[in-house]
Design a protein around this ligand. Sequence first.
Ligand code: DGL
Length: 265
Amino acid sequence: MKVGVFDSGLGGLTVVQAITKTFKGAQIFYIADTLFAPYGEKSKEQILKHSLDVTNYLINKHKIDVLIVACNTATSAAIKFLREEFPTLIVIGTEPGIKPAMQNTLTKKVGVLATPATLNGDKYQELLNELSKEHDVKVFEQACAGLVEQIEDGKTNHPETISMLEDWLKPMHLNSVDTIVLGCTHYPLISQIIKDVMGAKIKLIETGTAIAKRLENLSSQNGHINDGELSIKVFYTGDIKIDMINMILETWENGGKIVVRDTNE
Ligand code: DGL
């Protein structure tokens, strides 16, 4: 089984990490579309175009069977179109985990951190409206413009990044938010700062594990045997901080066989 995964940058590696914990016998081709990162401050049309270009590359060059859009922003802007355009491809998207957050909160106050494009997208608004009918929970949203750039720059523990998060999290802290949805796949990479600001008891909702489960189910329905080596190749379209890739991979217990390449080769 050949699995293509993409994000605007390093964030989708948090999804790949979850996949490596249980998924076997496959080749993963990861594209960090850093030439056009960040996606979250672009128009829907631009995000759709970049998502389509990366998908075409993964299909033509690597003959993928499965596409994982490991980016909330690209999922919101492009998943419907990608499913229509490639009907034989298994397409898995990433959506903010608002549902588990609303089910888990004890204070009935939930925070959502995401990119401006995700929070302004129809998909998020529809999901929130739907869930708000079933749950009496107050939602504190925060668009984190500039946070993806900080992470891509390797500033995951930098005073500037800490100060941005302190400002954004203040209303959540003051209002006893006990559960925060990480609505961007980059944000697990700064989860320690969120814990430091909000207190160790804060519950953070990521989507990597849910995506890994969905991949296992859909691939086994398509005849995949979950056994054998998992190889991962990481490609990127623009600049990337190799140190950051190495730092992320060091935290993985089972990183598979990882090779980092440039798409231009
Ligand atoms: N990791 C992407 C997401 O999940 C980041 C988007 C961006 O590049 O701004 O939304």
